[in-house]
Design a protein around this ligand. Sequence first.
Ligand code: E4P
Length: 217
Amino acid sequence: MKFFVDTAEIDAIAELNDLGMVDGVTTNPSLILKSGRDIIEVTAEICALVDGPVSAEVVAMEAEAMIAEGRKLAEIADNITIKLPLTWDGLKACKVLSDEGRMVNVTLCFSANQALLAAKAGATFISPFIGRLDDIHLDGMDLIADIRTIYDNYGYETNILAASIRSVNHVQDCALVGADVMTAPPEVIKKLATHPLTDKGLEQFMADWAKTGQNIL
Ligand code: E4P
């Protein structure tokens, strides 16, 4: 499973990228707001830092304007993925921009039928939002599994990009049900390395080592 980082914070992306943990980046208008940066400038910096796809989201609501914004965002770098909302206009823009050979990420997906439409419109990525479904007491992971089944049934090549990930359990469950990619905040990715038994075991080893009175260097 590929790891995308869900942030527009350059330092956090760089830290994970140095460890080889970053296969791509996703941003959205809320993350741009949180960064306090200009969308074009910060996206260009992210694209220069990371080799993989970097999603930048349009903000127009109508297809023609989405296409124009998408083309402008794509000028930033070759690894830009144009992020479009899963609306009828977003699907129209997806078809046009995909036919132009551009990478498209269709976002705000909350049903398997929406994912089916995005695949038919040529999306490179579909972004089902797990956490926001869990927030309203629906099972976001069921949606990932349903989309996996449908795409495999018909051989759709659209990548399932599991989004709105809030916990380490979400990451593990996405891998188990076969999401192609997951995008998570940096803090969730770093938390994957932690386990209370690792901490406890290390504490015991360090205590015993101190008693040996030895040094390695
Ligand atoms: C990524 O593409 C999404 O914009 C993001 O994962 C949404 O996450 P949230 O529901 O935690 O805001």
